[in-house]
Design a binder for this molecule. Structure first.
Ligand SMILES: NCCC[C@H](NC(=O)CCC(=O)O)C(=O)O
Ligand SMILES: NC(=O)OP(=O)(O)O
Length: 314
């Protein structure tokens, strides 16, 4: 593994999953791997889970971690090549990333999409600049189009709880009050459509089709009830439109997941990456119900990060 940006970087996912289980069973058994190593974490956007689980993962491996909230804690960064920096930006990303590479052995970066310019977002221009200027391996902490650490944690969660050889996993769109990125669902599709023991179904209102490069021909079922029938796992998430880029096309409350919706499933486990808008995306009864895996899923964020750091540092 050179960097960790998408499913493709996972290599043999079965081997990575096996390593994750070994780390989960023995979280402090790999302290030698991180000895005298430093993990740098740069956030251009807010975070709770990614920030804290990444620090915890570093500590578990015997490494140190530092966190920089770019723009808030540091100078305002200039992204444009060849810019004449006589305005409000104070330091070029080129210099900042090269310098930060001097202070760490692995660099994690969170950089959300603008949701204004699809071409710029989907070309991952900020992440690619960071990859260009970093002299150490880079881990995506959620980029403009993908969130691989979340999807890997989701896969660990399904793999460690499944009761059958094959399972049906449904990704359902949920309503929200703000336009949100497509990264979490794109990434979920990027990973879950590749797993041979998963029957993967996506359900959303018309107009919310994701970038086909990530859905990879997965089954799309516009009737949410039909999609949920027989499901073993339901992952809910809002996203804004990819086609009508960054727009909210509907806030139809019928799509909010309630116990009535879960009754169509085969006693499915419920998943959400968090943070969740309670009683907008999903009702309290589902989030707090016996089938909810949301806290276990968030806990596995430490394991996914620790496994990736182990691969990059070993
Ligand atoms: N890292 C997990 C999800 C982050 C982001 N959610 C948010 O921005 C929610 C904000 C709000 O609820 O206002 C997203 O959907 O990609
Ligand atoms: N799920 C997730 O990435 O959460 P944060 O945005 O809080 O890091």
């Amino acid at each position: 593994m050179k960097n960790f940006i998408s499913f493709a970087d996972a290599g043999d996912y079965r081997a990575l999953l096996q390593q994750a289980f070994e780390i989960k069973a023995n979280p402090y058994g790999y302290k030698h791997i991180g000895q005298n190593k430093t993990i740098g974490l740069i956030f251009f956007n807010p975070s709770l889970r990614t920030r804290l689980s990444s620090v915890k993962a570093a500590y578990n491996l015997g490494a140190q971690a530092w966190v920089l909230n770019a723009g808030a804690d540091s100078w305002t960064l200039e992204m444009a090549d060849g810019a004449v920096m006589n305005g409000s930006t104070q330091e070029h990303i080129k210099d900042a990333i090269a310098v930060m590479s001097e202070y760490c052995d692995v660099l994690g970066v969170r950089t959300f999409p603008t949701l204004q310019d699809r071409e710029a977002d989907y070309s991952e221009d900020v992440l690619n600049k960071i990859l260009q200027y970093a002299t150490v391996p880079v881990i995506s902490l959620e980029s403009a189009t993908l969130h691989p650490l979340q999807s890997f944690a989701d896969l660990i969660t399904v793999a460690e709880t499944k009761q059958k050889e094959r399972v049906k996993v449904v990704l359902t769109w949920a309503p929200h009050v703000r336009p949100l990125p497509q990264c979490v669902p794109n990434s979920f599709c990027d990973w879950f459509s590749e797993i041979d023991w998963i029957d993967f179904v996506i359900t959303h209102p018309e107009g919310y089709e994701l970038d086909p490069r990530f859905t990879k021909g997965a089954r799309i079922e516009y009737d949410q009830r039909r999609a949920l029938e027989g499901a073993d796992y339901v992952q809910a998430k809002n996203w804004s439109s990819y086609q009508d880029y960054g727009q909210i096309l509907t806030q139809d409350a019928d799509w909010m997941l309630t116990p009535m919706h879960m009754a169509y499933t085969d006693k499915a486990k419920f998943m959400h990456c968090l943070p969740v808008r309670r009683n907008v995306e999903v009702s309290d009864a589902v989030l707090d119900g016996p089938g909810s895996l949301i806290i276990q899923e968030a806990g596995n964020r430490t394991i996914s990060m620790q496994t990736v750091l182990h691969e990059l540092l070993k």
